[in-house]
Design a protein. Structure first.
Ligand SMILES: *Cc1c(COP(=O)(O)O)cnc(C)c1O
Ligand code: SF4
Length: 315
């Protein structure tokens, strides 16, 4: 399929980006979390460079071989109610619909998750637990599923009276906005529950007008579109990078929801920004952006009943 064209081979992407010498040698392939870059993202990467915000997020580099960190930094395994259901927070449960993504973000905290598809069991558990009012379709990326598979999941959730909100957590649209087809929009439009979209986006370099047009079509269905970002060293850890991102989103009617402190997964520690710097950046942004365009700076601490808002260095 044309829209799925992209890169999975380190040699091919190194050739495409015209990487030579030392730079080229730094590109690695990891069997456990292979390179996966959609064409649209690759086209936005400057040639002959591995230190721009896009290459840093998606090119597997030798930095990943450094030790440290943990396999499951957010305690997903402990909150597993079944292979595909995480129930960590009151009222909200997260359905791991698939392990597939449109792209492999090198800092992904779920890169080691043992995905299995047992959606039936998960939906049956949701139907029996009256406390679950919102189901988050996550993964992987729920938009990796076919329209047919997504429609099936949504129809089954719609049958459960106590589920009132269906939330999508997705990054797919940033790599492949063409995924927002008329058929997909029709599924959203016919959904009898409130739908909410949370799109993962980290820097303005990832975005373009096609992506905003796709988000506009979703917003046109009275579906709120929010974003979540991860604070990443040399990608978005400056006032100017975050300002440009959040202001752009605000001008497009998209509301920045969360800025996450990095989850310390093995192979991603080179992305870590000190919390003190994150706090300073958020405070500077508060001075120059509308309040609604400044996301909550949060961290996921295993065992806590919600994401923890970082307001001081004490937490
Ligand atoms: C982040 C997360 C949620 C959603 O939390 P909100 O604060 O409501 O956005 C739900 N379940 C799990 C397992 C999560 O990691
Ligand atoms: S899109 Fe999300 S789940 Fe997929 S690799 Fe990126 S961060 Fe991980």
């Amino acid at each position: 399929m044309e829209q799925r064209k992209g890169f999975k081979d380190p040699v091919a992407i190194a050739d495409y980006l015209e990487l030579r010498g030392e730079m080229r040698k730094r590109v690695i392939q990891r069997k456990d979390f292979p390179l996966h870059i959609p064409l649209r993202i690759a086209e936005k990467m400057p040639k002959g460079c591995i230190s721009n915000p896009l290459a840093l997020q998606f090119l597997p580099l030798d930095d990943e071989l450094k030790g440290g960190g943990v396999i499951d930094p957010v305690g997903d395994r402990k909150s597993q109610k079944s292979d595909a259901l995480l129930h960590k927070y009151e009222g909200r449960a997260l359905l791991l619909t698939t392990g597939a993504c449109a792209m492999h973000c090198r800092y992904c905290f779920r890169q080691n998750y043992p995905y299995q598809s047992s959606i039936d069991e998960a939906i049956s558990l949701i139907s029996k637990d009256l406390s679950i009012k919102e189901v988050i379709l996550s993964g992987g990326d729920p938009l990796s599923l076919s329209d047919k598979a997504l429609k099936d999941i949504m129809l089954r959730l719609e049958e459960i009276a106590h589920v009132e909100i269906i939330r999508f957590h997705t990054r797919f649209i940033v790599g492949i906005p063409e995924r927002v087809t008329a058929k997909f929009l029709d599924i959203l439009a016919k959904c009898s529950k409130q739908v909410v979209f949370v799109v993962h986006v980290n820097c303005i370099e990832e975005l373009d007008e096609d992506i905003f047009l796709a988000l506009d079509q979703i917003r046109a269905l009275s579906i709120p579109v929010l974003t979540q970002s991860v604070l990443l060293k040399n990608v978005n850890d400056s006032k100017s990078a975050l300002y440009r991102l959040f202001w752009k989103l605000a001008t497009k009617g998209v509301i920045p929801y969360y800025l996450h402190q990095l989850d310390r997964v093995t192979g991603a520690l080179h992305f870590e920004v000190p919390k003190s710097k994150g706090l300073k950046l958020i405070s500077e942004l508060r001075d120059c952006l509308p309040g609604y365009a400044v996301p909550l700076f949060v961290q996921e601490i295993p065992g806590h009943p919600s994401k923890t808002v970082i307001q001081s260095l004490l937490n």
